[in-house]
Design a protein around this ligand. Structure first.
Ligand code: MEV
Length: 432
């Protein structure tokens, strides 16, 4: 869907919260009912929360920001991010600005195929059972297709069956059956769990085994999203750092994550800063996405980086992120949580695959932001400025004073309450 606006919003950072929401609502043409949900008093009510989980005593808030500057597959996108950590939204937005200079992000995704597992114990003959399953596959898939008529009517449903024999486990041999199921625009865990339970008796009959676990797998390696970007050398240069220095530093930093799980875990955490923020904002199950991400990162038997960075022939920096992305736009909190619905409206997507492609693009941008800082001035300077703003506010700074006092303290390397008060006094306003 082509966008009618630009996600480049110069000065957005310096606007008041109200003005930012007004601007977003205006440019994304958000209907009034969507906009009012995003206002401070909008969002999830205690009553709605009470219907979502058990023993509810209240509602937990998180800052909701918007990442700007994103162009994904040629489309301008404003990305809502729910996250408590400073620098993440700013980092993603800034990297998206650099990526724009190389045409933005390119993203793609596979069909939304999820896996459900049925564990079969006490199977008399694993080889014969696996063969019998293949012979009666059509019947088993048809049984699985009976469980969710909405998904099958939309063109989804059971696609394939795989038998995975484990000759030796802690409790002896077992056969694990994978049901491959197209969930269309749903995340699909519920449909998969129901289908696994529905086919279990038939699997017992066919294999002579005893069905035990029947549950979705979060290693959604059939449901992959991929994003890539190219950053021209000139876009990478800043302060005293040349484009070459930044580019080579990023590739060197990535090489450590590729080689060493201790670094890969932190590197991937940085990717998940972006991934989780939009997964949460859209009401999706971020634990499922996290579980899938880390299992995928270890699929070779050695935990490694989810992303890859390299130097193109003509000298630009190129990056790619590939990971499982089990997200939906129907069902669960995506349709119940008012803010999640508003965030999906802001993304202006018509399929779960589009959301998946946006999520990985944001993850890649976040990875770039972290590597760029780490490979040059270190991560603390940016953090320091944000910390300085908080100290300035605590000292009583208001409006434009906040940035002035924070910048002064950061440049002096003296981010302290007493210094903030002193700076405020110097300007004629008594610090509190
Ligand atoms: C902090 O939330 C994320 C980083 O540690 C990621 C990284 O080290 O790549 C900065």
């Amino acid at each position: 869907m082509p966008s009618t606006f630009s996600s480049r919003l110069p000065g957005f950072y310096d606007m008041s919260l109200e003005a930012r929401l007004r601007r977003i609502a205006e440019i994304a043409a958000l209907p009034n009912e969507v906009r009012s949900v995003l206002e401070p008093e909008g969002g999830l009510s205690a009553e709605q929360a009470d219907h979502m989980i058990e023993n509810v005593i209240g509602v937990f808030g998180l800052p909701l920001g918007v990442a700007t500057n994103f162009v994904i597959n040629g489309r301008e996108v404003l990305i809502p991010m729910a996250i408590e950590e400073p620098s993440v939204v700013a980092g993603a937005s800034y990297m998206a600005k650099l990526a724009r200079q190389g045409g933005g992000f390119r993203a793609e995704s596979t069909e939304p195929l999820m896996i459900a597992q049925v564990q079969l114990l006490d199977v008399p003959n694993l080889t014969k059972a696996a063969k019998a399953l293949q012979e009666r596959k059509a019947e088993i898939l048809a049984r699985a297709d009976q469980v969710d008529s909405v998904i099958t009517e939309l063109g989804g449903g059971a696609r394939d069956l795989e038998a995975r024999p484990f000759k030796k486990t802690a409790v002896g041999p077992m056969l694990v059956v994978h049901l491959i199921y197209d969930t269309r625009d749903a995340m699909g865990a519920n449909a998969l769990n129901t289908a696994a339970e529905a086919i279990a008796p038939l699997l017992e009959e066919v294999t002579g085994g005893r069905a035990h676990l029947r549950i979705v797998s979060n290693l959604a390696d059939r449901r992959i999203a991929r994003a890539s970007c190219t950053i021209p050398l000139e876009a990478l240069a800043y302060d005293q750092f040349s484009g070459e220095r930044v580019r080579d530093g990023i590739v060197e930093a990535w090489a450590l994550a590729e080689a060493d799980p201790y670094r890969a875990s932190t590197h991937n955490k940085g990717i998940m800063n972006g991934v989780d923020a939009v997964v949460i904002a859209t009401g999706n199950d971020w634990r499922a996405v996290e579980a899938g991400a880390h299992a995928y990162a270890a699929r070779s038997g050695r935990y490694t980086s989810l992303s890859r960075w390299w130097i193109e022939d003509e000298g630009s920096l190129a990056g790619e992120l590939e990971m499982p992305m089990a997200v939906g736009i129907v069902g669960g909190a995506t349709k119940v949580h008012p803010t999640a619905k508003a965030c999906l409206a802001l993304l202006d997507v018509s399929s779960a695959r589009e959301v998946a492609e946006i999520v990985v693009s944001l993850g890649l941008a976040q990875n770039l932001a972290a590597l760029r800082s780490l490979a040059t001035e270190g991560i603390q300077r940016g953090h320091m400025e944000l910390h300085a703003r908080q100290v300035a506010i605590a000292a009583g700074a208001e409006g434009a004073q906040i940035t002035r006092v924070a910048q002064q303290m950061a440049s002096e390397g003296a981010v302290r309450l007493d210094r903030a008060r002193e700076l405020l006094r110097e300007k004629g306003k008594k610090g509190k």
